[in-house]
Design a protein around this ligand. Structure first.
Ligand code: NDP
Length: 338
């Protein structure tokens, strides 16, 4: 497969131009382009430019509001409701970040119900900025059914990712993990199908319910949770927080309402931010660092996020390799609908 190499700034420009050419206003195009760029810059191809054709499809079909103006409202002392106005999630994240931080500093905790939005991205982009602001943060979102509950062969859950961030001292980046509750993110399965790679065992079943390592067979069949019934329970929790608690669509409801244009369905996101200075231990920072020091001393262990940060440093110098056919496709999409 041939590639083109783009600088991080070129990725951002390309993504913003493509989104603007297909119905996003400047604010939405810049916010989504930033999310795409951060994925590429951290070596996460499955949530970078690879997603742009899906974003464009949902703009062209009219499913997503490219001129969304998210509204942020405090509906309880520690609950913010953010209405995404039918747009993509990144602008809602940008507009709600300061209010979330202010509420967490005031109340100790801020729970966010993000509704009426379309999420198509990696979740660390939500929690990392909050952790950089000194907050402990969690985020989770659902999608459309792609994964079976443990023991079943029919999809009910999205791949339902969850991210967690904890602030660090001494100039270290916050500890952030971000993981699907599926054995592998669906985007990674799609990349394996595109690139002709087998999957590791345990990722999914084919359409007959038999275990398969063929990514195309798993995409036609069903994905499995990580860790058996334990990952299945986490995926269920994500559905209940992102739909049951906040009044948005469960994955199965999102699928029923979706037009299947290739872009993200409407759904919800649950975010929790906590101010560690309000939990009663003035030495929390130093205490947590003793834990991280123990962790770092263990042979073979590395912190989640370490690979991403290493990639960030490397790709900032080398640029990002993008498959040439994807680059050509995006260039063609920039011209807008025929
Ligand atoms: P991975 O399995 O690749 O990684 C999950 C986490 O584990 C990362 O934080 C990773 O850190 C960490 N990790 C991996 N290997 C190790 C190791 N050896 N030691 C310590 N930590 C490790 O991610 P997934 O495939 O589960 O998810 C990929 C992305 O897809 C996520 O960003 C997720 O948000 C996104 N996604 C989005 C969905 C949506 O609907 N919007 C749906 C599902 C997934 P590191 O990155 O440094 O390797």
């Amino acid at each position: 497969m041939s590639h083109v190499t783009l600088s991080v700034d070129q990725v951002r420009d390309l993504a913003a131009r493509c989104l603007a050419g297909n119905g996003c206003d400047d604010a939405n195009a810049a916010a989504v382009a930033d999310t795409i760029t951060r994925a590429e810059a951290d070596g996460c191809a499955s949530h970078g430019l690879f997603r742009l054709p899906g974003y464009v499809a949902s703009l062209r079909s009219g499913k997503v509001n490219g001129a969304a103006r998210p509204r942020v409202e405090a509906i309880a002392p520690a609950v913010l409701r953010v209405d995404g106005d039918g747009g993509y999630a990144p602008l809602a994240h940008e507009r709600s970040r300061e209010p979330i931080a202010a509420m967490a500093r005031e109340s100790g905790v801020a729970a966010v119900a993000l509704v009426n939005t379309h999420h198509f991205a990696a979740l660390w982009a939500e929690v990392e900025p909050l952790a950089e602001m000194g907050l402990v943060a969690m985020a989770m979102t659902a999608y459309k059914p792609a994964m079976a509950p443990f023991g079943a062969r029919e999809p009910l859950f999205g791949t339902n990712p969850m991210a967690f961030g904890f602030p660090r001292g001494g100039g270290a980046p916050p500890m952030v993990f971000d993981q699907a509750s599926a054995a592998m993110a669906r985007g990674e399965v799609m990349i394996a199908a595109r690139d002709g790679h087998d999957l590791p065992p345990g990722v999914g079943l084919d359409r007959d319910g038999k275990p398969s390592t063929d990514p195309n067979a798993v995409l036609e069949g069903v994905m499995l949770p990580f860790g058996g019934y334990k990952g299945s329970a986490i995926a269920m929790m994500v559905e209940l927080l992102c739909a049951g608690l906040i009044g948005e669509r469960f994955s199965f409801e999102a699928a029923q309402a979706d037009n299947n244009d290739g872009g993200p369905p409407r759904g919800g996101e649950f975010i929790l931010a906590m101010d560690p200075d309000r939990f009663g231990d003035a030495s929390w920072h130093d205490h947590a660092e003793t834990f991280f020091a123990r962790y770092a001393a263990l042979d073979g262990a590395r912190l989640p996020g370490a690979r991403r940060h290493a990639k960030r440093a490397k790709l900032a110098r080398s640029g990002v390799r993008v498959p040439a056919d994807l680059h050509d496709r995006i260039q063609a999409l920039c011209a807008g609908p025929a």
